[in-house]
Design a protein around this ligand. Structure first.
Ligand code: C2E
Ligand code: SIN
Ligand code: SIN
Ligand code: SIN
Ligand code: FE
Ligand code: FE
Length: 410
């Protein structure tokens, strides 16, 4: 057992750890993992406030997780509940108070909220003890609600949450709220930059880049895991990759509307101009202030290279667009990068981008059926795409489909 000052130190360190995450999805995952570890909770969920609703945004459940094959992720659906006193999470948000409930099936008669048994029925799980607390920043902004389910004791029995943990959890909640608020702002900023770059229906552009970024993270994680990449390296790379992948097409800011929005096939001259969005995007990050800028530059530059070397822009000087010395063909065109010459983040985003493009309606094409899309990806393994990464893609196809649903695939 830890004493009070050790617990305080631990909570302080957790606050520092979560402050390092840039991406909001990955941050929620980390916050829930750490909060659950701290109070030894078997399951938990995070609700994020959207206007007068709490959106069920992320969940973990050890029991359901153990029922899955190793390496598989829990697939869940999102829903929203109104912020009012009728639900446990809603009440915690409205009343701005922590609720430490020993048994949700035995609530006191005088509380305004009820426990919705539907959640247990749907998930075939029995909730008993629940610790629910609002995520509020120090300036008083309500970000959402964190709910921890079923505290376990040393004998692995479900017990009520320890009252002595409440002040620590409160402290953690405020660090978590600040980190989430910052990550939400970062994402909003990236979405705004994309909106400017693409001058398209902002909703669709946002959904497209969110999907491409989330697919990329899943493919990368599955691929890196099979290569025994250390867990903390994967964890760090996921955050950097997700940020960079959201900006893969930012170079389109420099492409004229006439080409960008052409409702038909591009002619060869137009397509040649369109291809410049790769290195034009990379130039925006050329100063490389951080590993995030570096990854964004790598992804913008390499996401249209092909495993077989027939992609673009190839071995070029990013500043001039000219081929690097000794890297041109007989006609003076740059040679494409090939195989592992293409950085892994470029190879990953290539798959995610094409998967999403084929599934989507574009000004110049109808969406393909899923069968056709998957057949295309499979048949391009070793040609357009890194074959190992295509295997990784198929190993997490159920999670990919779930992301598509979440970010409203058209
Ligand atoms: P995007 O629409 O996001 O497409 C990304 C990539 O998905 C494409 O890279 C291509 O590899 C793949 N893709 C998209 N649609 C199809 C398709 O119908 N068939 C196949 N086999 N692959 C497809 P790509 O070709 O280098 O294009 C880069 C970007 O250039 C596209 O991004 C899009 O913004 C633009 N673009 C490409 N072709 C056309 C076109 O014919 N008309 C217009 N208006 N834009 C185009
Ligand atoms: C609620 O807070 O009432 C909804 C979530 C749950 O019951 O687990
Ligand atoms: C194009 O080449 O115009 C882009 C789409 C495709 O690869 O068919
Ligand atoms: C994109 O391709 O980046 C946005 C989707 C669209 O073309 O509408
Ligand atoms: Fe692109
Ligand atoms: Fe794209």
């Amino acid at each position: 057992m830890l004493d009070g000052s050790q617990k305080l130190m631990q909570i302080f360190n957790l606050g520092i750890e979560i402050s390092q995450y840039r991406d909001v999805d990955l941050l929620l995952e980390r916050i829930l993992t750490l909060a659950r570890q701290f109070v030894n909770a078997e399951a938990g969920s995070i609700y994020i406030k959207e206007e007068n609703w709490l959106k069920f945004s992320y969940t973990q459940n050890d029991v359901q997780q153990k029922a899955l094959p190793p390496g598989k992720k829990l697939v869940y659906s999102t829903f929203s509940i109104p912020i009012n006193h009728e639900s446990i999470a809603g009440h915690a948000a409205c009343a701005d108070e922590m609720l430490n409930i020993p048994d949700v099936y035995d609530l006191p008669a005088d509380v305004p909220y009820t426990f919705n048994k539907e959640y247990d029925e749907l998930s075939k799980y029995t909730t008993r003890s629940v610790l629910t607390f609002p995520l509020k920043t120090s300036r008083g902004g309500m970000i959402g609600v964190l709910q921890l389910l079923n505290a376990k004791n040393e004998k692995n029995e479900v017990v009520p949450f320890d009252r002595a943990d409440e002040p620590f959890v409160k402290h953690f909640a405020s660090s978590a709220a600040i980190a989430i608020e910052r990550a939400q702002m970062t994402r909003q900023m990236i979405l705004r930059v994309n909106k400017m770059a693409e001058l398209r229906d902002p909703k669709e552009t946002g959904a497209h880049v969110n999907r491409v970024a989330s697919y990329s993270v899943e493919i990368y994680e599955a691929w890196a895991t099979t290569r025994n990449t250390p867990r903390d390296e994967i964890q760090k790379n996921r955050d950097i990759l997700r940020m960079g992948a959201m900006l893969h097409d930012v170079g389109k800011v420099a492409i004229s509307d006439a080409i960008l929005k052409k409702p038909a096939k591009l002619d060869p001259q137009e397509y040649a101009i369109m291809k410049q969005h790769t290195y034009l995007g990379a130039r925006l990050f050329a100063d490389e202030y951080s590993e995030f800028d570096e990854a964004a530059a790598i992804i913008a530059l390499n996401h249209h290279e092909r495993w077989d070397g027939a992609g673009y822009p190839g071995h070029i000087n990013v500043q001039t667009g000219a081929p690097l010395p000794g890297c041109e063909d007989e006609e003076g065109r740059p040679l494409g990068k090939k195989g592992e010459e293409i950085p892994p983040f470029g190879r990953v985003v290539a798959i995610a981008d094409v998967y999403d493009a084929l599934c989507s309606r574009r000004a110049y094409k109808e969406p393909w059926s899923e069968t056709d899309v998957l057949e295309n990806l499979r048949s391009e393994a070793g040609k357009q795409f890194d074959p190992e990464m295509i295997d990784a893609f198929f190993s997490c196809i159920d999670v990919i489909r779930n992301i598509a649903k979440r970010y409203n695939k058209p």
